[in-house]
Design a protein around this ligand. Structure first.
Ligand code: BV8
Length: 236
């Protein structure tokens, strides 16, 4: 394979695992301990907003306290190196943390939203938000109280930035998935879209993911070691 010019990277919770943020589907993971249907759906929020807001408050505190690891840093460095030689690294993350940004990545597409932002369900304004949210929280844009929710994508909601993601998939010459189980759609389907275009695909994960057979290359190990090594092999 020649040097990639248009690299599409999809990241998942495994990239942030070594920063101390829990993954979802591993043994002891977030969805092994909590029912996602009771915490990460619009119906759950309508039925019991306090419980849903508490769950996200706890996770937001974890994100604020965490720090990027070597996997985040390697991706930021690769983005800059590829840009220097006229290429582009499109970083699409399912993660709601801000560790890619804090490692120095400039253009991060958060397809499942961002935990450090809140959205007003009255006026739709999105506001940076680092503190707890509760039913007294009011919207800085319209003043409505009790209408703020985490700006994340719940099950049954439409993922964000779909047009930019589709456009990047259509022009990529290498697709790499890192630290994702391949269990949640539409993200889990991107590798097959890439394969249909005939471009090389690689997964970097602790163990084979649910759709490991869809990739034509794989590197297994902790992302903090396997990803920098892989990017170095690409000259990035
Ligand atoms: C939608 C955000 C319609 C907030 C989350 C079939 C086709 C299409 C859709 C569906 C379908 N069947 C069902 C659906 C609907 C559903 C879905 O996929 N359900 C699944 C469960 C079957 N999808 C949706 O509802 C989505 N919306 O489809 O809209 C649509 C869309 C497009 C076009 C037309 C119509 C919305 C989904 C949003 C879900 N949001 N949460 C929050 O964080 O609370 S889910 C959650 O899973 C996470 O947030 C994360 O974003 C997502 C993916 O998880 P991963 O990142 O992969 O994490 P996981 O723990 O699973 O895996 C971690 C991996 O890392 C493991 O493999 C592990 O081995 C590895 N690892 C661990 N440590 C390390 C490591 N690897 C390397 N190094 C390490 N150190």
């Amino acid at each position: 394979m020649g040097d990639p010019e248009r690299l599409f990277v999809l990241t998942g919770a495994g990239v942030s695992a070594e920063s101390g943020l829990g993954t979802f589907r591993d043994r002891g993971g977030i969805w092994a301990r909590f029912d996602p249907m009771k915490l990460a759906t619009p119906e759950a929020y309508a039925a019991d907003p306090d419980e849903v807001l508490d769950f996200y408050d706890h996770r937001r505190r974890g994100v604020v306290a965490a720090a990027p690891n070597a996997a985040h840093v390697a991706l930021a460095r690769a983005e800059a190196r590829l840009a220097d030689r006229g290429g582009r690294l499109f970083l699409c993350t399912q993660n709601v943390d801000d560790l890619h940004e804090r490692a120095g990545s400039r253009a991060v597409v958060h397809m499942h939203g961002e935990l450090l932002k809140a959205r007003c369900t009255a006026c739709d304004a999105v506001t940076p938000w680092r503190n707890d949210l509760n039913r007294a929280s009011s919207c800085p844009a319209c003043g409505a109280a009790g209408r703020m929710r985490p700006d994340v994508v719940w099950f049954g909601e439409m993922p964000m930035h779909r047009d930019a993601i589709e456009a990047a998939l259509a022009e990529a010459d290498l697709f790499v998935a890192v630290g994702t189980s391949g269990a949640v759609y539409p993200a889990a389907g991107y590798v097959r879209q890439a394969r249909r275009r005939g471009i090389p695909t690689c997964e970097i994960n602790l163990e084979p993911s649910d759709n490991a057979d869809a990739f034509d290359d794989a590197r297994y190990g902790p992302a903090s070691a396997a990803l920098p090594r892989y990017l170095a092999d690409l000259g990035l």
